[in-house]
Design a protein around this ligand. Structure first.
Ligand code: DAT
Ligand code: MG
Length: 155
């Protein structure tokens, strides 16, 4: 099914430290994803316990949380056709050394947890994660000239 969706992206501390924020944001822009929310977020242990709850029994859980708190992260909400799966496709597999060439993780990173990006993995988690990191008034609806190409009926 094709539908307009919203998804949550975090640019992790390694993206900030390595000066890759612009490059990564640019890839989403070039794809045609609309940025409808964007801010720096200082993650807390409480937020990370919730966000990474599915990993709480892993041996790397503590170091993952420490890594995510090294610097602020960039939080983004992206909107577009099938945004959840399209963004995951651009991001690539969790392990950058197994990710397909051309994906952001394969092209720009080498390791976990420093794989640059978090992106929601399903429509359900996108809805939860949007609420976790953004208030309603921090999300914006607006028209762009390029809407006719990216979300128009096509020719
Ligand atoms: P993804 O970020 O692709 O959705 P995930 O939700 O399974 O992957 O894991 C969240 C993050 O945890 C991942 O981006 C990097 C880190 N991570 C995953 N597996 C790891 C491992 N074996 N060692 C260290 N960090 C790991
Ligand atoms: Mg995940």
């Amino acid at each position: 099914m094709t539908e307009i969706q919203r998804t949550l992206v975090l640019l992790k501390p390694d993206a900030l430290q390595r000066d890759l924020l612009g490059e990564i944001i640019s890839r989403f822009e070039k794809k045609g994803m609309k940025i409808i929310g964007l801010k720096l977020i200082r993650l807390t242990e409480e937020l990370l316990d919730e966000h990474y709850a599915h990993l709480s029994d892993k041996p790397f859980f503590g170091s993952l949380k420490q890594f995510m708190m090294q610097t602020p992260v960039v939080g983004m909400v992206l909107e577009g056709y099938n945004a959840v799966s399209e963004v995951r496709k651009l991001v690539g597999s969790t392990n950058p050394r197994e990710a397909d060439a051309g994906t952001i993780r394969a092209d720009l990173s080498m390791n976990v947890p420093s794989n640059l990006i978090h992106a929601s993995d399903s429509l359900e988690s996108a809805a939860k994660e949007l609420r976790r990191f953004f208030k309603d008034h921090e999300l914006f609806s607006y028209k762009k000239i390029t809407d006719m190409y990216h979300i128009g009926e096509g020719i």
